[in-house]
Ligand binder design. Structure first.
Ligand code: SF4
Length: 259
């Protein structure tokens, strides 16, 4: 390791020992460097996507203060928010596919949902959507530990908000602790930047469509890591806003040379 890298590792160590500190660029950079390296470690066996997404999801969960978590109305078996379109990128789809593949009935339900939803616009405001095929009979997520990052971020302070909002089309409002918005922005940037810093796509797709492809494509992740766009036949969800692209470009210029 070069002296510069050693100095950087010393600088990052205390930040990596704790969750993400909102508003602290040193914390953000330390966690992003770590996430980008996890995705770049191809010589280690196992799925780089699983390593990255598991790490970023864990970072998100460990960064939410206990007081904010304690105030949530969210409980296992409460699934109002699991009736809406969910976005995933390729890494999230591969991680989830690893777990869903072990449950053939669930995988079949995902394929069926993907076929049913073909041609539907997942970005129509408050689109009426299917019950997520990953919900079990007790309305719990059957892939909870590998669920997409968006699902980690859907929280509510009051179940009445969810009852009124999620099954409906039109106006809705679900209150959440303010810190969730900041953390979601930071963690999504870390996930996107970690992929881009490794020359990989961070395009988002509708969950069922991407998951069905990840399940049914031979060597899906390996081929995608080699640069093959196995999702080419899916319609990508909306690209980033220009201001997010600017931030990602700045991040790439600053963090790329330090990896
Ligand atoms: S993946 Fe799990 S948490 Fe996310 S919408 Fe589906 S059932 Fe709900």
């Amino acid at each position: 390791m070069t002296p510069q890298r050693e100095a950087l590792a010393r600088q990052d160590a205390p930040f990596l020992a704790m969750g993400l500190v909102p508003g602290d660029p040193r914390s953000f950079e330390a966690h992003l460097r770590h996430a980008a390296r996890l995705m770049g470690e191809r010589q280690i066996s196992g799925s780089p996507s699983a390593r990255l997404v598991r790490h970023v999801a864990g970072l998100f969960e460990s960064s939410v203060p206990a007081a904010a978590q304690a105030g949530l109305a969210c409980r296992s078996g409460c699934a109002f928010c699991c009736h809406q379109p969910v976005k995933v990128n390729a890494a999230e789809a591969f991680f989830l596919a690893g777990q869903v593949r072990e449950q053939p009935d669930r995988a079949a339900a995902v394929r069926q949902a993907a076929a049913q939803l073909a041609g539907r616009d997942a970005e129509m405001p408050r689109a009426r959507w299917l019950r997520c095929p990953l919900l079990d009979s007790a309305d719990a997520c059957s892939a909870h530990s590998a669920r997409p990052l968006s699902c980690h971020g859907y929280v509510s302070l009051d179940v009445e908000d969810c009852k009124k909002s999620y099954p409906q089309t039109g106006e809705w409002s679900v209150r959440e602790p303010a810190i969730y918005g900041d953390l979601r922005n930071s963690w999504r940037l870390i996930l996107q930047a970690a992929l881009r810093l490794n020359g990989l796509s961070d395009t988002n797709y509708e969950l069922n469509a991407a998951l069905a492809l990840a399940l049914d494509t031979d060597e899906a992740e390996k081929r995608w890591l080699r640069g093959e766009n196995i999702f080419a036949r899916l319609k990508p969800l909306a690209p980033n806003k220009p201001e997010i692209e600017q931030v990602l470009a700045l991040i790439a210029a600053r963090i790329g040379p330090t990896l």
